[in-house]
Structure formats: C-alpha cells, structure tokens
Ligand binder design. Structure first.
Ligand code: GLN
Length: 314
C-alpha cells in the first residue's frame, strides 16, 4: 500500500497550528535531572522538524537547537546490530512491549537475562554488545556516530562528552543490569566496554532537523529517498517500525499508539523520533517529561500533527 503525501495538506500551515496550540502547554513536565547537563536545559524549549519522503523539510520553533538524543539512539543502534547479525539478534533480545520502566530490572530475572525488547535499557545494552563485538569500544561508538552523520547528511554531529561522563558516573542501574545479563551469559564483551559504548550513544547531540533527516530511511521502506541509498531491506524497515510502535515509549507505548498511531521512539532528553510510513520522518523536542519519561509536550504535538495530517497508520 502506498501512502503518498496528500497534496491537499499544507504541512507548513499544519506545523504552525501545532506549534501555536502547544503554547499553552510549553514548560509542562519535568526535565530529566539525573545528570546536571540535562537538568540545566530550559523546559520552555520546543522544536519540530518534518522531512517528507519527497525531500521537503518543514520546521518550527527550536528545530535547530541541539539536544541529547538519549534513548532515541536505540533505534539507530538496533538498525546497526540487525545489519551485523541479522535475525540472530532475536535470540538475545525479545520484541514484546515490557509494560515496565525503561530501566526496570525485575523482568530480567524472570526471563533469564533476555531483555523484553531492544528499546529499553537492558535491550539496548545487549544491542551495544552486538555492535561492540568484543572489540575496542571506540570502534563501536564511531560506528554509531558515523551512521548518524551519514543518515543525517551532516558530519558536524557530535557526542557531548560531559553527558557521556555523567551517564557513566551515575549509571549504577545500567551497570547492575549489564552484570546481571552477563551472569546469564547474554553479554559477551567486558561490561565496562559495553557500557562505554551505550553511554556514548546516549550522549549524542542532534537537533530536530538532523534527527528527522536521519530517520527518513525508516519512512521510506529502508531506502534513503534523497540519496537513493539502500540502508536496510524493506522487510527490516517494517520490522524496526513495528518494534518502535509496540515498544518505543516504554510502558506508555500503548498510549502513544492510541493517541498518535505512528511508530515512535522517545528519549529522556525530551526528543521523539516518529515515523509516518511512506510519508515522512518527524522529530520533536521539548525537554519536560511525563511520569513515564517521555516528552510531555512532544507527545501532545505529535498527537495533534497526526490528527491534522491523517497520518496515523490506523
Ligand atoms: N541514558 C539514559 C539511561 O540509560 C537513557 C534513558 C532514556 O532516554 N530513557 O538511563
């Protein structure tokens, strides 16, 4: 089924409406405060960028201001790991919604060190282990960063080293989960190296324009429609979208599907990457989080965008 952009939709107008409607909400939610670099971010920031499959980009607000992509990076890391080991990945990580917090350790014991899905922390740590492949963590980090630079067509994308260091300094729970999984034999590399790769990928800084551009291959059946490059197979793009839809917002994934109806992935930096299959890649950023750790205003903005464009997959 092809869902071509509706020519009657004036995307610039819709984005302007969404932004205006968000005014009354901007500043709501609680900015992540587990590390200083995130807690310093102004809660009143709001940015949105949409890149369509025919190469048009529409932006509003703080769309060019860099933010910490945090768990949004898990989608790109998943892509790289699937390209590396293919379907074998699914013997080490599941693809079911977790119904619990992104850093919950409870399920891991019941399920013998196999994380529910690659978009919660333990799943992403296994994915980092696959990318690391028992080599130097710098290679794994470079691989993820280069992937994002290529996909965003922007070599200026960087890792925020202060954030990476703080993640490591405060990441006791992630460290616990990594050792726990290692005890079940589900981590091959040294825990310190795997976590180093994971903490650095979380610390990548991007803006909405770069993020929307980077996710475009997922909106376009695995091919970058601007460069023409095939990034992943059509089947793989479909599956990554399926995992984003069912697992991308932790224990609020059902709620996001209910309200927005699009595959999406959030991060505690307040960013959300959202995919309208065959149509567009969308990035929103607003740092205030809801109780589950997803951008409060970002989620509301995507809900309105989906309503006004009719882009929901349902
Ligand atoms: N760096 C964060 C962590 O590992 C990422 C969590 C998130 O964005 N939900 O705790």
């Amino acid at each position: 089924m092809s869902r071509k952009p509706n020519p009657d939709i004036n995307l610039s107008e819709i984005v302007a409406v969404v932004r205006q409607e968000m005014e009354e909400h901007i500043g709501k939610g609680k900015v992540a405060n587990y590390i200083p670099a995130l807690s310093r971010v102004d809660p009143r920031k709001f940015g949105i960028a949409i890149t369509t499959c025919d190469g048009q980009t529409v932006t509003s607000g703080d769309a060019e201001e860099p933010f910490s992509i945090q768990s949004v990076s898990k989608v790109f890391a998943l892509t790289i790991a699937l390209e590396r080991v293919g379907e074998a990945l699914w013997s080490r990580v599941g693809r079911e919604p977790s119904g619990s917090a992104f850093n919950s350790i409870i399920q891991l014991e019941h399920e013998h060190g196999i994380p529910r899905n690659p978009l919660i922390n333990p799943g992403a740590i296994v994915v980092a282990d696959v990318i690391l492949n028992e080599r130097d963590p710098k290679l794994a980090i470079t691989k993820i960063l280069e992937f994002l630079r290529t996909r965003a067509d922007d070599s200026s994308i960087q890792i925020d080293m202060e954030v990476a260091q703080s993640e490591a300094d405060t990441g006791h729970r992630n460290t616990a989960m990594a050792y726990f999984m290692r005890s079940f034999g589900n981590l091959n590399g040294p825990v310190y190296d795997v976590l180093s790769a994971y903490f650095h990928q979380c610390a990548i800084t991007m803006n909405c324009v770069q993020l929307a551009r980077a996710g475009l291959y997922l909106a376009s059946s695995g091919t970058d429609p601007i460069s023409g490059e095939r990034v992943v197979s059509e089947a793989r793009a479909r599956r990554i979208n399926a995992v984003m839809m069912t697992c991308g917002h932790y224990d609020a994934s059902g709620d996001f599907a209910f309200h927005v109806g699009l595959p999406g992935k959030s991060g505690v930096g307040g960013g959300i990457l959202c995919i309208a299959p065959q149509t567009a890649s969308i990035a929103v950023w607003s740092p205030g989080l809801n109780a589950v750790g997803n951008s409060l205003v970002g989620s509301l903005a995507l809900e309105r965008l989906a309503q006004l464009t009719g882009w929901s997959v349902f």
